[in-house]
Design a protein around this ligand. Structure first.
Ligand SMILES: *[C@@H]1O[C@H](CO)[C@@H](O)[C@H](O)[C@H]1NC(C)=O
Ligand SMILES: *[C@@H]1O[C@H](CO)[C@@H](O)[C@H](O)[C@H]1NC(C)=O
Ligand SMILES: *[C@@H]1O[C@H](CO)[C@@H](O)[C@H](O)[C@H]1NC(C)=O
Ligand SMILES: *[C@@H]1O[C@H](CO)[C@@H](O)[C@H](O)[C@H]1NC(C)=O
Ligand SMILES: *[C@@H]1O[C@H](CO)[C@@H](O)[C@H](O)[C@H]1NC(C)=O
Ligand SMILES: *[C@@H]1O[C@H](CO)[C@@H](O)[C@H](O)[C@H]1NC(C)=O
Length: 476
């Protein structure tokens, strides 16, 4: 499946999957699209989901003269609900301590004990009541009552002046009746129609920032699949003295990272990921796994007596790790407004780790018999270099700045990613570069042939061999 950058496309795809309880909003192109952060939740006889969208308050007047306390009004929340009336969704209000959703349908008050309540999932949605009158168009982001019909959730100020009252009454806007009308059921239970009021509007963020990351190292899971990445034979066939023979083994590896999707987060939105101290970890499009095909090379070196050879196998573990995390997701809106919420996710990473060469026993080239071990002074040097090409599941969805290498952040065994051209990089091999270098120097002195250190023989490789020049050209 190919994801496109245009939100409308994936929103339409989502619309198919969320058809049951999906909430539709009016897009800037005027058709209805599915909201990623709102949903309708079925309820009965007064039940409500958490994060129900509040559209009004009931104001209970304080009864004066009661003992000592100063008389203050109490307010209770009225939430947005909808009910199916003759197969049409009509929005209305669920009043406190009432067991039914009250709607105005075709000029009559109706109440339903089975209804759906509008939920702002994880508080991920930014909602506002936007003034509307019959001379205005329905605003972009207006939340629709249903799917097929273009009516929208709206409210109107309560006009009663005395006694217990409501701040507003929630009903619906039908833009097709005359120049548009908002119908509500008022306090005395009558339907009233208005040519002005407020419409519920959802604004979607333009990007996210994931910060304050904390990883749950105890719940980290990892699976390793051993792989043979390359094989080669190093041989000293042409000289009469011991030589450091080296070879460059090339292999392909896949690197991918996925921060998860999570609830009520827009797929595909540009997202920056940072540590608690502000260090940038990653730039991704939210909810889309980022995959890179990397071409890597690994240099091996072995000191061989004349007429001897050694087989080398480059092994690695294809490692998939999963690590739960907690972070603060900041939704940033077009008007620079930002909202923060805590999310829990699972970071998945696939990488080729534990890459190291395995040398076989040294043997005579002429008769293939093994060289007695006392005869051998082994020195090995290893380096690795990387070139990378980046792809994602959706070719072409990555912004240019993301087409860069990513580090394997959390694996203590990880290959230290190397900048192309950095020829003094190292593997987290036993001891690291310095100890290897020391071994190498010791090897030369014992063999008494330090002058030969610059002589390099290309091994006859089963796989691909490069000279340094070739590597350099390939990398640049
Ligand atoms: C409710 O609407 C009816 C009919 O339009 C009207 O007569 C009545 O005054 C309204 N009641 C309140 C409290 O606004
Ligand atoms: C920020 O924290 C990460 C991991 O905790 C660490 O690797 C990095 O070096 C830190 N950066 C700075 C600038 O302190
Ligand atoms: C070295 O590899 C060759 C095949 O490339 C194989 O025939 C030979 O037995 C190997 N020798 C040793 C000592 O492993
Ligand atoms: C691959 O992982 C296993 C553990 O699952 C480990 O024993 C082995 O040494 C690793 N391979 C390499 C080449 O490090
Ligand atoms: C194999 O060849 C090497 C040198 O070419 C020689 O020293 C060794 O004795 C030979 N081994 C056998 C078993 O023939
Ligand atoms: C790479 O090696 C060359 C020659 O061996 C050297 O001049 C250069 O400084 C090295 N580059 C790095 C980044 O170490």
């Amino acid at each position: 499946m190919v994801w496109h950058r245009r939100p409308a496309v994936f929103l339409l795809l989502l619309a198919v999957t969320l058809a049951d309880n999906g909430v539709h909003i009016r897009s800037e192109y005027k058709q209805l699209v599915t909201s990623s952060t709102l949903q309708w939740v079925a309820g009965e006889s007064g039940t409500l989901p958490p994060n129900s969208v509040v559209g009004a308050h009931e104001v209970l007047q304080a009864v004066a003269g009661l003992e000592d306390e100063a008389a203050t009004d109490t307010t209770r929340e009225v939430v947005v609900c909808r009910a199916s009336s003759d197969g049409m969704w009509v929005s209305g209000e669920l009043r406190p301590e009432q067991k039914s959703c009250i709607v105005a349908f075709l000029g009559a008050r109706k109440s339903y004990e089975r209804y759906q309540v509008l939920e702002n999932v994880d508080g991920g949605s930014r909602l506002a009541w936007v003034p509307w009158n019959k001379f205005n168009l329905v605003p972009t982001g207006a939340v629709a009552c249903g799917e097929g019909v273009e009516t929208f959730i709206a409210r109107r100020k309560d006009e009663s002046l005395t006694g217990d009252r409501f701040s507003h009454h929630i009903g619906q806007l039908d833009p097709k009746v005359g120049l548009g009308k908002i119908s509500i059921v008022n306090k005395s239970g009558n339907v009233q129609e208005f040519s002005d009021g407020e419409v519920l509007v959802e604004t979607e963020p333009v990007r996210y920032e994931l910060t304050g990351l904390k990883f749950d190292l105890w719940r980290k899971r990892q699976s390793r699949k051993p792989r043979v990445l390359a094989t080669s034979v190093l041989s000293n066939a042409g000289s009469t003295f011991p030589v450091n023979v080296d070879s460059v083994l090339a292999y392909d590896s896949k690197y991918s990272v996925y921060w998860g999707q999570g609830k009520a987060i827009l797929k595909g939105l540009p997202t920056t990921v940072k540590f608690a101290n502000g260090t940038l970890i990653d730039e991704v499009e939210w909810g889309i796994p980022q995959t890179q095909e990397r071409q890597e090379v690994y240099r091996v070196e072995y000191k061989l007596e004349p007429g001897t050879a050694v087989n080398v196998t480059l092994r690695g573990n294809d490692t998939v790790s999963e690590m739960p995390y907690t972070g603060k997701l900041v939704s940033v809106y077009k008007d620079k407004h930002a909202e923060v919420r805590t999310i829990h996710g699972n970071r998945q990473e696939e990488a080729m780790l534990d890459v190291r060469p395995e040398f076989g026993p040294v043997y005579f080239i002429t008769n293939n018999t093994l060289v007695p071990t006392t005869f051998i002074s082994t020195t090995t040097t290893t380096t690795t270099t990387t070139t990378t090409t980046t792809t994602t599941e959706a070719p072409g969805t990555l912004p240019a700045q993301q087409q860069k290498k990513q580090k394997n952040l959390f694996d203590e065994n990880s290959v230290h990613a190397v900048k192309p051209g950095d020829n003094h990089s190292m593997m987290s091999d036993d001891g690291g570069a310095h100890s290897l270098k020391n071994k190498q120097e010791r090897g030369f002195t014992t063999a008494g042939s330090g002058a030969l250190s610059s002589v390099t023989y290309l091994a006859t490789g089963v796989l691909i061999l490069f000279t340094y020049a070739e590597i350099a050209r390939r990398i640049t």
